[in-house]
Each structure stands twice: as structure tokens, then as C-alpha cells.
Design a protein around this ligand. Structure first.
Ligand code: NAD
Ligand code: IPM
Ligand code: MN
Length: 356
């Protein structure tokens, strides 16, 4: 078994170091090979996703990814920006199904910005389509407007689009996930305005007929954003497009206490997977040793479960994370009175120690 380890930029390197520490402590037989990605790869090789990194990722049984990006690359042409690395990996490997579980651990009920009773026991799963939508739709670019309020003016445009098979396969993923959970899918769309999402809604409804045991409802994305903070526990599985899923998952992360708690798995049809925290490179806190590594450590647990067939090891990690939280250890993002503030490496060490 081979794991491609791609730390990336900013806190990416700090949080990956802790996840690797935890993986090594499990004493399982797998090989890890590290390669540069994002801004780090641009500096080293002139491209955010060098051929050699892509080759390693394609050949590996699983990919553990940190984060990419830094403000200093914002002026680069788009093809060379760090974010193209993660977008490129998703596209090249066909990682269309993104799982972002938002679980509020009992110990963190008070770390959330919502009232404890709203998040206590929360366990929802966001299934985000990851290789389509306005993120990848062509054409896109700049041109001169020919209509609208300012004909003749300079304009920029993107294309929102989904094909039928893209919607069908992500819908199946969501219904199958719901079958193993509380048997409820909420499909989030903007069918009241967008053709793309009327199509989405119609197809999800069609696919849903194959899952009569799963309850399906539909919600507009603006309402979903509101319901997520009003009554988050009313959701079980949320299935949505690439852009809405991006936004709603950051929102959902705060229900768990911090964006530093939200792991993710991105799978293709061969069940090959990329595992990364849902957050970014956090340039504002990079290099300070204060980033929360738990989202990445929990992503490593998802990797063991989904790609490496090591369910027992995944559970060991998840139990260890709960144990350190029960011990009261907190990085600054989840720290509150009565708990012990620790740094990134201390948190990683504590998880290693708590493995049983
Ligand atoms: P971000 O997720 O990096 O940070 C948002 C806020 O959350 C910041 O205040 C940050 O300090 C905090 N935060 C994030 N992760 C944390 C952690 N583990 N522990 C404690 N606090 C944490 O989002 P942003 O600031 O909008 O973007 C920064 C850069 O990251 C951009 O270049 C963006 O494109 C990139 N990004 C990359 C990925 C990815 O690699 N998959 C994901 C999101 C953003
Ligand atoms: C994420 C990130 C990425 C996205 C960016 C960095 C391309 O925000 O993984 O959530 O928008 O998908
Ligand atoms: Mn995001």
C-alpha cells in the first residue's frame, strides 16, 4: 500500500506532519511518499501540480493532502495559482464524490458558535459533487458584453453546467450513504432560478425512486444556509453541487466547533481517494504552530477506512481524538475557559499517546 503525501502550503505542512506522525504510530504496513504541491511546487518546479506529483498521486492507493494557497500568488495567471493543484488532482483522478461529515463531538458542544442544544449530538454528512458545476464549466473568461445593462463594457463570465450522468452518480452516492445512516437525503439546489439546478432536482428525484427506503426532500440553497444554523440536526445527508457544497460545508464546520475539525474524503468510481481537511492553508496563522491538526488526522482515519481497508485503525484514531478532547486539550480555535491550550505538534503528540 502506498500513500502519496502532499503537504502543500501554509499550515498544510504543519497539519500533515501531525497526521503522518499518527499514521506512523499505528505500525501498519504502508509506504508514504511526499511530493510538493501548490505554491511550494510552483517555487520548486514552476507549476502547482508538477507531472511527477500527479504521477505519484495517480499511482498511489490513497492521497493525503494538506492545503494549498497563499495571498502572494493571487496575481499569478490562473493556471499557475496554487489552487489549480487541488482542482487538477480532483479532475485528473475523477474524484467526483466529496464527503464532508460534520460531527459535533460531545466535548466541543460549547466550542460551537451556536447554542449547545442546537449542536449537541450533531452528525450530518455533506455529499458535495466535486468535478462539475461552475468550477469546471466552459466557456469562461473575459470578453465584451453584447447585452445586459452595459453593452460594450468589459465583462467576465463562467459557465454553470451539469450533465445527466454527473448528477445521477452523485445522487446514487448520497442515497447509498443515507441508507447506512438515518435514511434521509436533502438535495440542495437553486431550481427556482437556475436551469442547471432544475435539471439537478429532476434527476435527483428520478434516482430517488430507486431508493424508496430513503426519504428525499429538496431545499433551495439560501434556505439551506439558514436551516443549517437554525436547526442543523434536522439534516442527515445533504447532497449538492460543487459550489453550494463548498460554501455550505464551511458553514457546517462551525457547528462542530471549528473548521479545524472538519475532515473530508474525495472518491472516484474506482474508490481511489484523496483525503484532506475541508479548510485551506490559513496564511493568517501559518508558521505559528497553532493550527488545529484534527481535521487532517480525522481525514487520515477516513483514508484508512475508505481506501486502505483498515477499519479498526480508523476507529483507533477516532477514539484517540475523542480521548484528547475529553482530556481537555484544545488548539486555540476550540479553546475556552477550563480547557488546556496546546499547539499543533502537542495535539498530534497527544493523539499518538491516546492511541490504544
Ligand atoms: P482557510 O480555510 O485557509 O482559513 C479560514 C479561516 O479559518 C482563517 O482564519 C484560518 O486561520 C482558520 N483556519 C483554517 N484552518 C484552520 C485550522 N486547522 N486551525 C485553526 N484555524 C484554522 O480559508 P481562506 O483564508 O479563505 O483561504 C486561505 C487560502 O487557502 C486561499 O489561498 C484559499 O484558496 C486556500 N484554500 C485551499 C483549500 C484546499 O487546499 N483544499 C481549501 C480552502 C482554501
Ligand atoms: C475546498 C477549497 C477549494 C474549493 C479551493 C481551494 C479550490 O475551498 O476544498 O473547499 O473551492 O473546492
Ligand atoms: Mn472550501
Amino acid at each position: 500500500m502506498k500513500i502519496a503525501v502532499l503537504p502543500g502550503d501554509g499550515i498544510g505542512t504543519e497539519i500533515i506532519a501531525e497526521a503522518v506522525k499518527v499514521l506512523k504510530a499505528l505500525d501498519l504496513k504502508f509506504e508514504m511518499e511526499t511530493a510538493p504541491v501548490g505554491g511550494a511546487a510552483y517555487e520548486a518546479a514552476g507549476h502547482p501540480l508538477p507531472e511527477s506529483t500527479l504521477k505519484l498521486a495517480k499511482e498511489a492507493d490513497a492521497i493525503l493532502f494538506g492545503a494549498v494557497g497563499d495571498w502572494k500568488y493571487d496575481k499569478l495567471e490562473r493556471a499557475l495559482r496554487p489552487e489549480q493543484a487541488i482542482l487538477g488532482l480532483r479532475k485528473h483522478l475523477g474524484l467526483f464524490a466529496n464527503f464532508r461529515p460534520a460531527i459535533c463531538y460531545e466535548q466541543l458542544t460549547h466550542a460551537s458558535s451556536l447554542k449547545p442544544e442546537l449542536v449537541s449530538g450533531l452528525d450530518i454528512l455533506i455529499v458535495r459533487e466535486l468535478t462539475g458545476d461552475i468550477y469546471f464549466g466552459q466557456p469562461r473568461g473575459k470578453r465584451t458584453a453584447t447585452d445586459g445593462a452595459f453593452p460594450g463594457a468589459e465583462e467576465a463570465f463562467d459557465t454553470m453546467r451539469y450533465t445527466r450522468p454527473e448528477i445521477e452518480r452523485i445522487a446514487h452516492v448520497a442515497f447509498q450513504a443515507a441508507r447506512k445512516r438515518n435514511k434521509k437525503v436533502t438535495s440542495v439546489d437553486k431550481a427556482n432560478v437556475l436551469e442547471t439546478f432544475q435539471f439537478w432536482k429532476d434527476i435527483v428525484t428520478e434516482v430517488g425512486q430507486q431508493y424508496p427506503d430513503v426519504k428525499l426532500d429538496h431545499m433551495y440553497v439560501d434556505n439551506a444556509a439558514m436551516q443549517l444554523v437554525k436547526a442543523p440536526k434536522s439534516f442527515d445527508v445533504i447532497v449538492t453541487g460543487n459550489m453550494f457544497g463548498d460554501i455550505l460545508s464551511d458553514e457546517a464546520s462551525m457547528l462542530t466547533g471549528s473548521i479545524g475539525m472538519l475532515p473530508s474524503a474525495s472518491l472516484n468510481s474506482k474508490n481511489q481517494g484523496l483525503y484532506e481537511p475541508s479548510h485551506g492553508s490559513a496564511p493568517d496563522i501559518a508558521g505559528q504552530g497553532v493550527a488545529n491538526p484534527l481535521a487532517t488526522i480525522l481525514s487520515a482515519a477516513m483514508m484508512l477506512r475508505f481506501s486502505l481497508n483498515q477499519e479498526a485503525a480508523a476507529q483507533r484514531i477516532e477514539a484517540a481524538v475523542q480521548k484528547v478532547l475529553a482530556q481537555g486539550l484544545r488548539t486555540p480555535d476550540i479553546h475556552s475557559a477550563g480547557t488546556t491550550k496546546v499547539g499543533t505538534a502537542q495535539m498530534g503528540d497527544a493523539v499518538v499517546k491516546a492511541l490504544s
